[in-house]
Write a protein that binds this ligand. Sequence first.
Ligand code: GLC
Ligand code: CA
Length: 591
Amino acid sequence: MNHDTHTPAAAGTPAAGGPAPAPAPAPDFRRSVVYQVYPRSFADSNGDGIGDLRGITEHLDHIAGLGVTDIWLSPVYASPNDDNGYDISDYRAIMPEFGTLEDFDELVAAARERGMRIIMDLVVNHTSDEHEWFRQSRSSRENPYRDYYIWRDPAGFRDDGTPIPPTNWVSCFSPSAWEWDEATGQFYLHFFSTKQPDLNWENPRVREEVYALMRFWLDRGVGGFRMDVINAISKGEEFVDDPRVSAGGRESSLYLVANGPRVHEFLQEMRREVLDHYDTITVGETPGTTVEDGLKYAGFARGELNMVFTFEHMMLDGNPEGYGKWWDGRVSLPALKQNLAHWQKGLEGRAWNSLYWNNHDQPRVVSRFGDDRPEYRVRSAAMLGTVLHMLCGTPYIYQGEEIGMTNVAFPELSDYDDIEQRNAYHQYVTDGGIFTHEQMMRYIAHRGRDNARTPMQWDASENAGFTSGTPWLRVNPNYPDINAAADRPDPHGVYQHYRRLIELRHRHEVIISGDFELLDPEDPHTFSYVRRLGEQTLLVTANVSDEDRALPFPVPEASGPFTLLNSNVDPAPEAPDQPLRPYEARIWLAG
Ligand code: GLC
Ligand code: CA
């Protein structure tokens, strides 16, 4: 007899027929900490140079060791990889390069054994043009799938007979958001590459298809979704020209259709139809979203999403002349802090924040907002972790961030892979003549997406232990010095620092629920704030520079003396008002 499963009823347990035991409380998404895996670049288990599901399963202890609750996988569905999986050709199949559905099930189970859930990337603003729906849709105007996508007649024809697109909209990855289909004589809309046609969410059948595929994965045990550009799904029905493009602008017109007329209705429908029936965590990727929009998407009582990714703090170091993100200037620290504070205060008590420095679309934060010179790399990476993780919201860690991986600067354009970088090079150098080759290579090294996509650096062996074959994208040459095998066991390394930050979050309610106040909004060198909950005051002070700095404010009042919870520079400070050493970050608790 198995005594674990047949425990006799203890004294005081209600007899059969008594009141039913209270159901276990649902896991609270506010307590989650998420680790993002970009599968192509994480770990290759079979030597073909491409990361895969088994590679992830083999490295789960690295992730679990941090104390995270969820793993978000960038897309693993079947895809021709025009945009590395963000162009899906079959929502119910795994990309063969990544493995099989069985491998996927194993990953879900192995993660669950370690107390973690798998979050899928839901890419349903668009599909691949190789998806069966689109093959059908483009086959004739009468096909039942025609209305799954957004087709429009040309605005007219030029003298030479070429059709004029319905509007002047610019796509994120190509000059026009409209692609001409010769066979059926109409244009289709694509806000990303020509191989990523936008779905028509006005069509209820499209929405039902999406809800069905979500159930497919939830029934397989996934714990939720990160929803790709989900705020662009409602485009309205009347399309007008983009005034910025008319004025000579070159940035994408996506903002025009962001947060469209029916987006909240669609998301509420999705919650009723799907999400309410499962225990999930949801986060929407929502470019062009303000605090006011965030309150709608992620409001506690609105029944839409748990949280959204704001882009505002990621756009503060863009090109000052309006050429998108392509630039190599530093962010203004006051602007960065004030924006984060604006979201902290704006959502406080009413909606939930996501917290991130990195993802597969952003350069490496230690190079961008920190200092990746050898003497300061670890310290500044840890400092950035501290100031982010003590904020109110769900922290997201992107693979490699936890070991302080840096940007890369490859010598040739052909060393890179990303479609966005290639397109931008054409737009601004080859066709536009706006930047020189040298300038653009510098901007790519600062801001390009491939900074995040170079293979994960596991150890000092060839190709950083990522693959025994030839990696699909070159490894950052700094891997002999920067890798998980070296960093993880080091008590002063980045990994152990992140692990301690997450442990603090799991232990102290003030980090989850405390309110927020920024202490040094104008100071160009420090980043400090307090979180308060009842008698407790959590004080975070950080130096975002390479010189000693005094606190530019008096130590805030608290109900008792401050004790140090965490710091990243030895010897540990004795009092909060001691000057901060270069890139030092401290966490104090009183009460
Ligand atoms: C999102 C993804 C990005 C992708 C785009 C199109 O922004 O994060 O990687 O290229 O959507 O799906
Ligand atoms: Ca592989």
